[in-house]
Design a binder for this molecule. Structure first.
Ligand code: SAM
Length: 241
């Protein structure tokens, strides 16, 4: 999968993403990430890409043309048969969820557009964007951090990126449940012991305990998810057992 990031701060995203698991995935050729500096497509000698908002209002707005030209520089190199999405990261978008990450991970080419200042001229958004996505109900200074969050979450769903692809299937949000508590060595840490059932070696019992813990934890911490789980097929299957 290829990620293309249209941004005013390429070094921020490249530095942030080129480490640990994602860095290794890049090295192994499972994903590629490039950052395109929108400023390189400015049409004035000061490399300015923002201007005042028509109608008044606080702050500056990113202009349409540099964004469009930066987008075109990427799009013109993508073959028409490739599955492509253009994501504008914005607080006005649909919430980014594990489900959305899965959906986007089915693409071949993902182009992320990072806004700054007051945002971007609406006309270019109408022209190029396929998805408006937000990482939460708060306003950040720029789209670089949301883009990094999304690329991280999507990349780990690409086959081979995680050492064990199963781990993406058994963790939080699968079946609308949060993951169960987990423990590593030592068996006793500062007087706190790992639950006996986990050490029992009885796989069936461990599985049962984990599911119960997942349900309990989801109910306590994310009642909204718990309500979704309660009306799901998974819940019906669990109750049948
Ligand atoms: N004026 C805009 C509004 O009220 O909706 C906010 C602009 S914000 C200061 C600048 C840029 O940061 C946005 O264009 C967007 O790309 C990014 N951004 C800020 N908060 C975000 C969020 N919660 N999710 C995704 N992107 C966000």
């Amino acid at each position: 999968m290829n990620f293309h990031i249209l941004t005013l701060f390429p070094e921020m995203v490249m530095h942030g993403l080129n480490t640990s698991i994602i860095g290794r995935a890049i090295k192994n050729g499972l994903i590629s990430i490039e950052a395109i500096n929108i400023r390189d497509y400015s049409n004035n000698k000061f490399n300015k890409v923002d201007d005042y908002t028509y109608g008044g209002g606080a702050g500056m707005l990113m202009q349409a043309e540099p964004v469009y030209l930066a987008y075109k520089s990427v799009e013109s190199n993508i073959q028409p048969n490739k599955k492509k999405r253009v994501i504008y990261v914005t607080p006005q978008g649909e919430p980014f969820t594990q489900k959305k990450a899965k959906e986007l991970s089915q693409s071949d080419e993902l182009i992320f557009l990072c806004g700054h200042y007051e945002g971007i001229d609406e006309r270019v958004l109408e022209e190029i964007v396929t998805d408006y996505v937000s990482i939460g109900d708060y306003v950040l200074t720029g789209g670089e951090l949301p883009t990094m969050v999304m690329i991280d979450a999507i990349s780990r769903l690409v086959p081979g990126v995680l050492h064990n692809d199963l781990s993406a299937e058994t963790e939080s949000f699968h079946n609308n449940l949060l993951e169960y508590p987990q423990y590593s060595r030592p068996e006793v840490w500062r007087g706190k012991k790992v639950p006996d059932v986990i050490l029992s070696g009885n796989t069936k019992e461990v599985e049962k305990w984990r599911l119960e813990q997942s349900i309990k934890r989801t109910k306590e911490r994310r009642y909204d998810l718990y309500l979704k789980f309660k009306t799901s097929q998974k819940c019906i299957d669990v109750l049948k057992k």
